[in-house]
Design a protein around this ligand. Structure first.
Ligand code: RNT
Ligand code: ZN
Length: 411
């Protein structure tokens, strides 16, 4: 145990906060690590370009080129992140054994080896359908007026639900499946209503079959690159759809207007939908998917979840893909940052602050919020790392550098 932890424990105890309880809660806090940081969202299907309004920039050497390398990188990252975490797979990361398996042909068998890998490595799996980077993607998939193309993507997404259900069943814990489609228009369009009607109809058909072992999430956004003028699946569209159909909205923190607060959506949405999925990311000027940091918007998001008493109503996915830096480092930094934000929220003397607020004593509210910022939460996080047997503080850099030298730079 570090010398700082007992002091931190005492300081928090003075506010009635039990750091041991917070450490236990942090142990029960599972991130869903996105597999796509390891290879800049390339997947194993083809060597085609990344399309669908998203973009990974940077050419840092050593990205994972196949399923073995990807698994090795994920395990390396996990070994440097305290706690136990899930893995979030996209459909294009199936174990296709070198065969061409089109998106409307994919089936649970292509994820059997992932299911086994998950079991062997104590990692629960989540899943995503994949509408981007495919010849039939174009600007419109599930909202495409061309029936053939629309049916193709409906079939794909239905099959993805079968896969997610098989994963959930095998792991004895629901697989959280996210549907994000890029559908939109680059320029002016007078058919907004029609596109949204088509998307709604596609979703109705996709979700028609009830599933036991998976949960459906739907993710909106403001715009995609090359699709700047109109997004079919906007925040309002999916919020209304989720509320009307008991589905889970996905809040991607990069998918809102720059002055809009994703954190403020937590308490609004949770009054109408059962659960939330998060894609924690860091937009820089646009939906750029930079590595998650302990910045104000991220911190505010976790405060809102804890203050709403909604810890168990949220699924904590990460979603960033920076091709410009060491990719293992990206995983470790972003995952630890999300955990630190969660820990700070767990250590907030919320009940006391609530009391002052209800008494109308704003100066005391502000005092406690300000003082909490300088409380020794870092010592509690270090203690968490130590108890989990992972490097404390920046000590993980040595292992990342070793792995880079011995493994990724040799690719
Ligand atoms: C794109 C969405 C989506 C993707 C991943 C790869 O804007 O955020 O979640 O980032 O599915
Ligand atoms: Zn996302």
């Amino acid at each position: 145990m570090s010398k700082a932890y007992p002091i931190a424990k005492e300081r928090y105890a003075a506010y009635g906060i039990d750091t041991e309880k917070a450490l236990q809660q942090l142990q029960d806090f599972h991130l869903s690590m996105h597999c796509w940081q390891a290879d800049d969202v390339a997947g194993f299907e083809s060597a085609g370009d990344l399309t669908g309004g998203i973009q990974a920039t940077g050419n840092y050497p050593g990205k994972a080129r196949n399923i073995e390398e990807l698994r090795s990188d994920i395990l390396k990252a996990k070994s440097l992140i305290p706690g136990t975490h899930r893995l979030n797979l996209h459909e294009i990361y199936g174990d296709f054994q070198g065969k061409k398996v089109d998106r409307d042909e994919v089936a649970p068998e292509h994820f059997q080896s992932w299911i086994e890998w998950g079991k062997e490595n104590n990692t629960l799996l989540d899943f995503n359908s994949t509408s981007f980077s495919h010849p039939k993607s174009g600007n419109l998939s599930l909202a495409n007026p061309d029936k053939g193309i629309r049916d193709f993507w409906i079939e794909h997404t239905r099959r993805c639900r079968d896969i997610a259900d098989a994963m959930g069943k095998a792991q004895g814990d629901p697989c959280i499946m996210n549907v994000w489609v890029h559908d939109g228009c680059k320029d002016q369009s007078v058919n907004h209503y029609m596109y949204r009607e088509l998307l709604k109809d596609s979703l109705d058909r996709i979700f028609a079959e009830p599933k036991k072992d998976m949960k459906d999430c739907i993710e909106g956004k403001v715009f995609g690159i090359g699709l700047e003028s109109f997004t079919v699946g906007s925040h309002d569209f999916y919020t209304a759809y989720a509320a009307a159909n008991g589905k889970i909205p996905t809040i991607d923190t990069g998918h809102y207007h720059p002055t809009e607060s994703p954190a403020d959506k937590v308490s609004a949405l949770l009054n109408f939908v059962p659960e939330l999925m998060l894609h924690v990311s860091r937009p820089v000027r646009w939906d750029s998917d930079h590595v998650t940091l302990m910045d104000d918007p991220t911190q505010e998001l976790f405060f809102e979840i804890v203050r709403a008493g909604a810890l168990n109503r949220v699924h904590y996915g990460l979603d960033y893909f920076d091709g410009a830096i060491n990719r293992i480092g990206a995983y470790v930094i972003g995952s630890r940052a999300a955990q630190k934000c969660m820990l700070r929220a767990l250590l907030e003397p919320t009940e006391l602050i609530r009391k002052y607020e209800l008494e109308g004593n704003t100066y005391k509210v502000l005092t406690l919020l300000e003082e909490a910022k300088a409380m020794p939460w870092g010592a509690v996080y270090d203690e968490f790392c130590e108890r989990c047997g992972v490097p404390v503080g920046d000590a993980y850099m040595a292992e990342i550098d070793r792995y880079e030298k011995e493994v990724t730079l040799k690719r």
